[in-house]
Design a protein around this ligand. Structure first.
Ligand SMILES: C[S@@+](CC[C@H](N)C(=O)[O-])C[C@H]1O[C@@H](n2cnc3c(N)ncnc32)[C@H](O)[C@@H]1O
Length: 275
């Protein structure tokens, strides 16, 4: 796992460019939002509901964990207009950027593994594509359980192993360094969630295949998101031209009519605290 200060610095640097590269992140978060209860429940929501009707409907206070540029903070505020909204991120730069656009009453620079809130503070914890950066998911769930009120919901998306497998394989053909962030296996998410005190309303993993016109487009997008490689075993410097060229040759063997493929393994979870 990368060092937290490096994660914070990388996302802070990416704050001005994040939104321009985050179309996929928004799609994923919107799918998560659609799994959450709405009040009053629409026919459409009832059809696809993963949470029994009534559960988690009355949201008086919510927290967006790893709010990034605040896109979902603003959507949560619009969805729960009479509630108290909190947004938290480890990267000060992201938090500043998000705060300037509004959405929450409270903005907190903190770590998802160590929530600075007292017991039973929230009805809903929402987290889109942040928890893959947390080494200790058990601790995140324990903190979520502590800060939720009875009957509250923790809804999160994250990334599982197999994400950017094509880029990883291409780099492996070029050298022995780690160039792609490591992700927990979906089986690990399942084991940790099942061992927690939460009721599992929904837990699934979906492979999303994207195509990029060039490799630069993919690596540029990861950089703009602040999500490029931060692994402790990454190569010193830029990795060297020769190695980058070898990786490019290996990746280009996967070229198809749509472009260069890149897989994302996305985990969707809605967990409930007992009443
Ligand atoms: C990929 S961005 C997602 C941002 C936002 N949720 C969205 O959907 O657009 C991940 C965010 O998680 C934050 N983050 C990473 N590790 C964190 C941690 N341990 N605690 C809190 N935030 C963290 C990063 O700073 C970054 O802003």
């Amino acid at each position: 796992m990368p060092d937290k200060r490096q994660i914070a610095a990388s996302f802070s640097r990416a704050a001005p460019t994040y939104d321009s590269a985050a179309a996929f992140q928004r799609e994923v978060g919107e799918r998560l939002l659609n799994l959450l209860p709405v009040s009053p429940a629409s026919e459409e929501w009832r059809k696809n509901a993963v949470v029994e009707e009534g559960a988690g409907e009355k949201v008086q206070s919510w927290l967006d964990i790893g709010c990034g540029s605040g896109h979902f903070t603003r959507l949560l505020a619009a969805r729960y207009p009479k509630s108290q909204g909190y947004a938290l991120d480890i990267a000060q730069g992201m938090l500043h950027h998000a705060k300037s656009q509004g959405g929450a009453e409270h903005w907190i620079a903190a770590d998802a593994e160590n929530l600075p809130f007292s017991e039973g503070s929230f009805d809903l914890l929402f987290s889109n594509l942040c928890l893959q950066w947390c080494k200790n998911l058990e601790q995140v769930l324990s903190e979520a359980g502590r800060t939720l009120r009875p009957g509250g919901l923790l809804a999160f998306t994250s990334l599982a192993s197999g994400t950017l497998a094509e880029l990883n394989a291409a780099w492996q053909a070029a050298d022995h360094f780690t160039h792609v962030n490591r992700f927990r296996a979906f089986a690990g998410y399942q084991a940790i969630c099942r061992a927690s005190d939460f009721k599992l309303h929904h837990l699934s993993c979906h492979a999303e295949l994207h195509h990029y016109p060039t490799l630069r487009k993919l690596t540029g997008e990861l950089k703009a998101l602040g999500a490029h490689n931060l692994s402790p075993n990454r190569p010193p410097g830029l990795g060297g031209r020769a190695r980058f060229a070898a990786m490019t040759r290996a990746y280009q063997q996967k070229q198809c009519a749509k472009g260069l493929p890149a897989t994302w393994q996305v985990v969707y979870a809605v967990l409930g605290k007992a009443t």
